[in-house]
Design a protein around this ligand. Structure first.
Ligand code: PEP
Length: 655
């Protein structure tokens, strides 16, 4: 699924808290490499141009959860001001009155940098309280820190549980390139791996064995593979405990038809030092004791170049040798040049962050590749196929191929006929629906016909809040399905928590009503949800499972196809206590899995599951951005202009 980006949201006048990766090297108070600051400029500038008030969060280095002046972001804030040619404010705190004052004084088009997030102990622990505090400073979270996407920290992941999180341009680009390499690489797909340790790359190699055509291995990790093949590697760096792993990888590659290309010669020396005696030996002749391999040799360079020459996708992670020392940089530089060359011919080249990015920079080739990732660990985990928490937490765009998205307003016992008519007449002009996006209003019985008449020329649909299961007779105070159909009602809310708890409706009664409604052709919105005590006792899933199973009792898959489910935690209804997007998503996913077990995957995929409980325009994007939340059943906010805002939020992110 595609992620929501900064381009999908309205930024005018909004306070935007942006997680960037300003983890730059600083020596004697001077930034020695500002690549990461430059990489974040586009997103920051875009937000400023759109009239946002931008608050920046970043970590720098590894302070131990407390203030440490050597890791202050002050020099970064100063440099950022120069690069943006804009006033950039800096507060030497991560929370507290000074921060809050600076935020409240911030104007549209201005930037505020807060102090290093890792001065807070709770940052790396993803402390919910810290995340909630940072979220309280803003309306929206922009995540542009791909470098930390493999870490669940408060400033990138936790915060998204309280306010919507969208991707910045850098994050978007990283996902786009890496996803292509993971899901749909153009062939031949060549992967070049180097660096010191096999252990760092086992996961990624195993995953790539299912995708790549060739894997070229250089760097010190080649010696573990060569030793596993009984080659003499002298004093080269070898992970003795990974010899079996290396053997297994080679066997798996063979079985899967993936060509693993190992070096045929190496540059060796007795010390890792500039200017020492060095020579090139053939791997088959072995590396003498006391000597170690520090680069790939000339023949390997030619071999690798040949393997690279016809590729259409290349991923390169890890240098071929000790490139930081010029004597051992040749292999890395030549491989980098070969990748740059084939990129010119249309190959997509992705350079994993960390050392390979530094090497590309050193050789002045960084701009020659399709994409140089800003994340070393993050790009490796992405290529391993691991779901990165810093990406999962970003809200998603909705894909209309899957199911129908719905915004339903439950007016409850509110609005006279005249009030209903006036309100719905205003809605008509302002709410635009589209195929597979429906807006439903559910007035009290008395206003149903009036509202139906007014909406009949619009796309707004009408639902009732309840119905009885008998057709007619001595049921004082009740309404039948035929009465609803007769006036053109299409939907009915069933099992709302207020009916379950104030009017003691049982699962059995709801089951009877549901059967009747489905048989009549009306579309039911079946509400389920746990009470606070049940959640606190850890019974949420049990309650929801019971309510759904009992409601569906005796119904076939075919009969149940029109059901819309609304998960409404009772403690969130009308209380202002909204479930966090993750709390809601967890239960929605549970319901979808349950539907899969009860019926099948297709049924589960196609069923619309709404969230309900204190939805407001300021919390809705985060909820609706979750993959299993298909819209909202709204009480309080459906009675006011906020309902139009909710519809607009949905429209803005439905593709
Ligand atoms: C509801 O009544 O279904 C509901 C979710 O109410 P509110 O949005 O006011 O919490």
């Amino acid at each position: 699924m595609e992620k929501l980006t900064i381009k999908d949201v309205d930024l005018k006048g909004k306070k935007v808290i942006m997680r960037v990766d300003f983890n730059v090297p600083i020596k004697d108070g001077k930034i020695t490499d500002e690549t990461r600051i430059v990489a974040a400029l586009d997103t920051i500038q875009y937000a400023l141009d759109k009239g946002a008030k931008v608050i920046l969060l970043s970590h720098l280095g590894r302070p131990k959860g407390e203030k440490d002046p050597q890791f202050s972001l002050k020099p970064v804030a100063d440099r950022l001001g120069e690069l943006l040619n804009n006033k950039v404010y800096f507060v030497d705190e991560t929370r507290g009155p000074k921060v809050e004052e600076a935020v409240s004084e911030l104007k549209e088009g201005e930037v505020l940098v807060l102090e290093n997030t890792r001065f807070e102990k709770g940052e790396t622990k993803n402390d919910p309280e810290l995340a909630k505090y940072w979220a309280s400073l803003a309306d929206l979270h922009v995540n542009d820190a791909f470098g930390t996407a493999h870490r669940a920290h408060a400033s990138n992941v936790g915060i998204a549980d309280y306010i919507p999180s969208v991707a910045g341009f850098l994050m978007e680009k990283e996902i786009e390139f890496l996803q292509k390499a993971v899901e749909n690489p153009e062939k031949p797909y060549v992967v070049i791996l180097g660096g010191a340790k096999v252990s760092d790359k086992i996961g990624v190699i195993n995953n790539l064995l299912n995708k790549a055509d060739k894997i070229l291995i250089g760097g010190a990790m080649m010696f573990t593979f060569l030793k596993a093949l009984d080659k003499k590697v002298g004093s080269s760096l070898v992970e003795e405990d990974k010899l079996d792993v290396a053997k297994e990888i080679l066997e798996n590659a063979k079985a899967k038809g993936v060509e693993i290309v190992l070096p045929i010669d190496a540059v060796i020396a007795q010390k890792i030092e500039a200017g020492v005696e060095k020579k090139t030996v053939k791997i088959d002749d072995g590396i003498p004791e006391g000597w170690m391999g520090l680069d790939i040799g000339l023949e390997t360079v030619s071999l690798f170049k040949e393997k690279i020459s016809d590729s259409k996708t290349i991923v390169w992670n890890g240098p071929m040798g000790v490139f930081e020392i010029d004597d051992f940089a040749f292999g890395t530089e030549e491989v980098a040049k070969a990748i740059a060359e084939v990129t010119k011919k249309g190959c997509i080249s992705i350079i994993g962050g960390g050392d390979s990015a530094a090497a590309a920079e050193k050789f002045g080739l960084a701009s020659e590749f399709s994409h140089v990732s800003t994340g070393g660990g993050a790009s490796l985990e992405f290529l391993e196929g691991i779901e990165l928490p810093g990406i999962s937490s970003i809200s998603e765009k909705k894909n209309l191929n899957e199911r129908i998205f719905i915004l339903a307003g439950n007016w409850k016992m509110n609005k006279t006929n005249a009030e209903a008519a006036e309100f719905v007449s205003k809605l008509i002009g302002q709410i635009k629906t589209q195929d597979k996006f429906e807006v439903i209003v559910c007035p009290p019985f008395t206003a149903l016909e009036k509202v139906r008449d007014i909406t009949s020329t619009s796309s707004i649909k009408v639902g009732a809040q309840n119905v009885y299961y008998e057709d007619k007779g001595a049921y004082t105070g009740e309404i039948s399905v035929n009465m609803l159909k007769d006036i053109g009602v299409e939907y009915v809310i069933l099992g709302h928590s207020e009916r379950r708890h104030i009017f003691q409706e049982s699962d059995e009664l709801i089951n009877k009503k549901l059967k009747k409604v489905l048989a009549s052709g009306l579309k039911p919105i079946l509400c389920v949800g746990e009470q606070l005590e049940e959640r606190e006792k850890g019974l949420t899933f049990n309650v929801v499972e019971r309510q759904i199973k009992e409601a569906l009792y005796g119904l076939t898959e075919e009969e149940s196809k029109k059901i819309i489910i609304a998960y409404e935690p009772v403690w969130a209804i009308g209380t202002g206590k909204v479930a966090t997007p993750n709390q809601a998503q967890e239960v929605h996913k549970f319901i979808r899995d349950l539907l899969k077990d009860i019926f099948n995957e297709e049924f589960a995929k196609k069923t619309t599951i709404l969230y309900g409980g204190s939805i407001k325009p300021n919390n809705y994007l985060g909820l609706f951005g979750k993959p299993d939340i298909d819209g909202g059943l709204v009480g309080g906010a459906s009675l006011t202009q906020e309902f139009v805002e909710l519809a607009n939020i949905m429209k803005s992110i439905i593709e």
